[in-house]
Each structure stands twice: as structure tokens, then as C-alpha cells.
Design a protein around this ligand. Structure first.
Ligand code: AMP
Length: 583
């Protein structure tokens, strides 16, 4: 019988189980992330049943981190990064200064060496990129000031971690009192060398990369091949991450972040983000599976007190430091809580440090097990932490509202609030790409009031500049769609290419306004049926319309005396007059 190659088995098992348990978690109103972690535990070596390859899972997770950081870089300009450097450096440093002595105390209590305690503490002081970025993305916080601070903090931690990893062999030799123990000058030399390499990497990126990378992408965009464009995006993200690590000793994540940042000012950045999205999501899921696989439930029974202490250091110790620093920099309590909560976990950086230190006999196996268990527990608790904060924020908001402190209300929500538009008798347009853009131009010309829901923040910003009311977000999100004031709308036009999401949008809109005329976009007969079943009155399929238009044009060419087709003929008169509702 042929064997399934381990890579294929790991991807297949990981994705199938993560998908099944993710859906199950969603069904019970839990974050899907919990399903992914449990999937990992199930295919991990410590539970019965099939076992996936841990090493391969880790490597796949690494690709997830690269693509995530690349995506974040795409929304981040060098100025954004510089603007948060003060708080990010202070915060990351404060967290390390609090977590390290606490970790050392646990190590001392467990009878470890001083070096082991230090490494343990440092490992607890850094947060996981993947967990943090997902939180920021889900809550639309990435492009807010709090989001920028948190990402800046992450970048500082990443750079610090690279430094620590370089120093681990020296520390191991020092603490294990080996003859190879380097002197102070040697240590300083290797740190200086690393910083110099980082400097050269940054300089190369800013001088050459900033021009070359967008130029490559623009060139490929002009070839008109979507496949080549996608390939270019992946080649840039992974290629630069690889080169950064191989040539400059920078981490893969940091390399990818800078690759993305070089594109942030290009008008193609959004398209680059869209093209890398599906792969990024799939690999981020594999990241959680790989973390789950590391978890050995036996540690709960063998060292419960030490585990509790580990979790408390992560949740309380380093959070207190983060909270204080953010408050000291003059930010609101809710901003401080949000930043603190997103950093109250540990992940991939801690694993790398733990494994490296274990190899060098600097950290005992128990230390690594505590770090792994601490990671999975705090990652599991992270969504719950945010749920608690949401409740807290809602309460606080109510109190503030009672006190009529309107101005401060906005700050209190952990999720940026969206207030419904005051437009009435308006058209609601979902999606502002090739199709929606065409529609909105016609609507503006005809002075028909309209409101746009569009996923892409840059497109929304451009619309707002033109004076068009628009909200950034996924129209399938109930909170986003309520911004459109559907009860008073004249029409809903769902101009997004994905009929599955379109169906969700239509269904929600129909529930809000049963008599609203809804027109949706489809690409196949099945999609037409799907959208109609969800409540669309009219579904337009691109291919049908092209065929009709071609026929019309043929007829017009055959009988030149007749009027040629004008742009007005192409746009339905329905947008100008309000028809009787058909539903
Ligand atoms: P196109 O296919 O060129 O007409 O572009 C579709 C547009 O719809 C893009 O600008 C997407 O960002 C946007 N879009 C896709 N899905 C959604 C969604 N669920 N909610 C809001 N906008 C979306």
C-alpha cells in the first residue's frame, strides 16, 4: 500500500480536523481558534489516534507567520513604525524586566540554574505574532492607533528575540561554566555584528527594496496575468523573508514585515494583500494546529502549581507592566486594556527560544513543557479575555452614556463602533471594485444618494474623499450592515464576486427589511439559485449580461440606422425610479 507523504498527511489531517472542530466551535459560539488548537492536540503525539509530523507542522506554521507579517507590513508605513517607537520600546522592555525576575523566581523554586530561570522569564515576556494579529484584524483595530502601537511593540519584541537567540549559546556556555564560555568583549562583538547586519538589511530595503519591489509588482500587474501577480506577491514575501534570514540573520517574520512595508505606499498594496489572503488564512490555521500538537496534558497533573505560576506571569505579571506603560504614555484606560489583553499570551517566539535553550542544556525539559502548556492555555484564554473586556467596555459605556460623556464613548469600546448612516431613501452598494465602482459613478452623476460598504479600507478612504458615505468592513458582519440604515433604504445592490458571502449579506438584509428590493451579482446558475433562495429579488450574472450586450451590439451593427447602445442603456433605469417591491 502506498504511504501518504508526511507533508501531505500533516496538511490534510491538520486542515480537515481544524475545519471540523472550527465549525463545531463556531456552532457553540466559541472562537474557531479553540477548534484549531484542539485539532492540534488530537493529532499531536500525546493523544491517541493519528499523529501528524510536528516538525513539518512547525515549518508550515512558519509560512503562516511570514504571510501574516507580510500582510501587516502592507498596511504599515515606515513613518507609522517610527511614530510608535517610544511606547513600543519602553513597553517591550518593561514586560521583559517584569517577566524575567518572575520567571527566575519560578526557576529558583523548581531548583533550576540561574540561566534557566532567565531564559524562562524572557520566553514568557514575548507575545505571539499570529494570535495578536488575528485579534487586531478581527476587531478592525489594525489601522487604529492602538493597533499600530501593538504592532510596533511586536516588532521590537521580534528584534529583541533575534538578539537573545544569538546570545543563547554564549549564555549556555557561561551558565554551564564551560571552557568555551565567551568573554564580555566576544558577546558584545556578536551583538554589534547582528545589529550591524540588521542595519544593513534595513538600509538595503529602504534604498533598493523601496523602489525595486513596487516596480516588480507594477510590471507584473501590467502583464495582466493574475497568476503571475499572485506568484509575484508570494515570491516577494517568502523570498525576502528567506534572504533576510540567510543573508542578514534577521528573523523570517521581520524580513516579511519589511517586504510588506516597502509596498505599503504602492497603490497595488491592497491587491497584494487580497491575493495572499487565502493562503495566509490557511497557514495561520496550521499555526494553531502546530501549537496544539505540542501540548502534553500530563504537565497539568505533574506540575500544576508551576503551571499556574507560569500562566499568572503571562496573564497578570507582564500585563501589569504593559498596562502601566500604556497609561504612562497618556493613553486611555480602554486603549491600555486592549493593548494589554492582546499581548497577554505567548507563542512561537517562546517555543523557538525554549527549544534552542533545551538543545544547549540551558533550560530543563520541564521548563520547555511549562512554556508550551503556558502558551496553549493563554492562547485559549485570549478570546475569553476579550469577551470579558467587551462586557466591561459595554458596562463602562453605559455608565458614560448616563453621565452624557459622549465624547469619550468612542474610546471605551474594544471594537471600533459604527453608527448607522442618516441617509434615507438611498441606495446601498456592497462592494466597490470593478462592478461597484461603475455603479457608484453612475449614481453620483445622477445625484442618487447612496451608501457603500466595502472591505478595502483604502477604497473607502478614497470614496470618503469624494464625499461619498462609506464604511469599511465585511458586509456579512451584522454590525457592519446595520450601518447602512437598510430599513429606510431604497435598494440594496450586492456587487461582490463571492456568492457565498453575498448570500449571507442578502439573508441579513432581508431579515432587516423584508420589502427591500435586493439585486445581487452571480457567476453561475447555481449562484443565482443560491442568492435567490437567500432573498435576492434579481440576480445578475455577468456572462448573461455580456451575451445580451454582444447581441445588442450585433443588432446595432447590422442595422446602423438604429441608435447605438449608450452608457445609459447599460445601467438599469431601476436605479433612478423606485419600483414596487417584488418580494
Ligand atoms: P470586483 O470583483 O472588482 O467588483 O470587486 C469586489 C469588491 O468587493 C472589492 O473591492 C472587495 O474588497 C469588495 N468586497 C468583497 N467581499 C466583500 C464583503 N463581504 N463586504 C464588503 N466588501 C466586499
Amino acid at each position: 500500500m502506498p504511504n501518504v507523504p508526511p507533508l501531505v498527511a500533516t496538511v490534510a489531517l491538520g486542515l480537515v480536523l481544524a475545519f471540523s472542530l472550527g465549525v463545531l466551535a463556531h456552532r457553540f459560539k466559541l472562537p474557531p481558534l479553540i477548534g484549531y488548537l484542539v485539532a492540534g492536540i488530537l493529532i499531536g503525539p500525546f493523544t491517541p489516534g493519528p499523529v501528524a509530523d510536528q516538525d513539518i507542522a512547525n515549518q508550515l506554521a512558519e509560512i503562516g507567520v511570514i504571510l501574516l507579517m507580510f500582510g501587516v507590513g502592507l498596511h504599515f508605513s515606515p513613518q507609522d513604525l517610527l511614530s510608535v517607537r517610544g511606547i513600543a520600546v519602553t513597553g517591550a522592555l518593561a514586560q521583559a524586566l517584569i517577566a524575567t525576575p518572575l520567571g527566575m523566581a519560578v526557576g529558583w523554586w523548581l531548583g533550576w540554574s540561574l540561566g534557566a530561570g532567565i531564559i524562562f522569564g524572557i520566553a514568557l515576556s514575548v507575545a505571539s505574532t499570529v494570535v495578536l494579529l488575528r485579534v487586531l484584524q478581527e476587531r478592525r483595530l489594525l489601522e487604529t492607533e492602538r493597533g499600530r502601537i501593538t504592532v510596533g511593540w511586536l516588532i521590537v519584541q521580534d528584534i529583541a528575540m533575534v538578539l537573545v537567540l544569538v546570545l543563547v549559546p554564549a549564555l549556555a556556555a557561561l551558565f554551564n561554566e564551560m571552557e568555551t564560555a565567551p568573554g564580555f568583549t566576544e558577546i558584545m562583538l556578536s551583538v554589534t555584528l547582528l545589529l550591524a547586519k540588521l542595519g544593513i538589511f534595513l538600509a538595503v530595503m529602504l534604498v533598493v527594496g523601496k523602489k525595486l519591489i513596487p516596480a516588480i509588482l507594477h510590471y507584473v500587474a501590467h502583464t495582466g496575468s493574475r497568476e503571475l501577480f499572485r506568484l509575484a506577491v508570494l515570491a516577494i514575501a517568502l523570498g525576502i523573508a528567506y534572504a533576510a534570514t540567510e543573508l542578514f540573520g534577521v528573523s523570517l517574520a521581520l524580513g516579511a514585515f519589511f517586504a510588506g512595508m516597502m509596498l505599503s505606499e504602492s497603490r497595488l498594496s491592497q491587491q497584494a494583500a487580497t491575493e495572499s489572503l487565502p493562503l495566509r488564512d490557511a497557514f495561520a490555521v496550521l499555526f494553531f494546529v502546530s501549537v496544539g500538537m505540542l501540548f502534553d496534558p500530563a504537565i497539568i497533573a505533574s506540575a500544576p502549581v508551576a503551571l499556574l505560576a507560569t500562566v499568572l506571569i503571562i496573564l497578570v505579571g507582564k500585563s501589569a507592566a504593559a498596562f502601566l506603560v500604556v497609561r504612562l504614555f497618556g493613553h486611555s484606560r480602554s486603549a491600555a486594556l486592549m493593548i494589554t489583553a492582546s499581548l497577554a499570551q505567548i507563542g512561537e517566539f517562546s517555543f523557538i527560544l525554549a527549544n534552542r535553550s533545551l538543545e544547549l542544556e540551558l533550560l530543563p525539559a520541564e521548563g520547555r513543557d511549562l512554556i508550551l502548556a503556558g502558551a496553549i492555555i493563554t492562547i485559549l484564554l485570549n478570546p475569553l479575555l476579550f469577551a470579558v473586556l467587551d462586557v466591561y467596555a459595554a458596562r463602562r459605556e453605559r455608565r458614560l452614556a448616563e453621565a452624557a460623556a459622549d465624547q469619550r464613548e468612542e474610546e471605551t469600546k474594544m471594537r471600533e463602533p459604527i453608527s448607522p448612516t442618516s441617509l434615507a431613501d438611498h441606495v446601498v452598494l456592497v462592494g466597490h471594485g470593478r462592478v461597484g465602482g461603475f455603479i457608484s459613478e453612475a449614481l453620483r452623476e445622477r445625484k442618487v444618494p447612496f451608501f457603500v460598504i466595502e472591505d478595502d479600507e483604502d477604497r473607502v478612504a478614497a470614496l470618503r474623499e469624494l464625499g461619498v458615505e462609506a464604511v469599511a468592513g465585511n458586509a456579512a458582519d451584522p454590525e457592519v450592515i446595520q450601518a447602512a440604515n437598510l430599513p429606510r433604504a431604497r435598494f440594496l445592490l450586492v456587487a461582490i464576486p463571492d456568492a457565498f458571502e453575498g448570500g449571507q449579506v442578502v439573508q441579513q438584509a432581508r431579515a432587516i427589511n423584508p420589502s427591500l428590493p435586493i439585486i445581487a451579482r452571480a457567476h453561475s446558475e447555481e449562484e443565482i439559485g443560491h442568492l435567490k433562495r437567500h432573498g435576492a429579488n434579481i440576480v445578475v450574472m455577468g456572462e448573461h449580461e455580456i451575451a445580451k450586450s454582444m447581441l445588442d451590439k450585433t443588432a446595432a451593427t447590422a442595422a446602423p440606422a438604429e441608435q447605438p447602445a449608450s452608457a445609459a442603456e447599460l445601467s438599469p433605469p431601476i436605479l433612478v425610479e423606485k419600483p414596487a417591491a417584488t418580494h
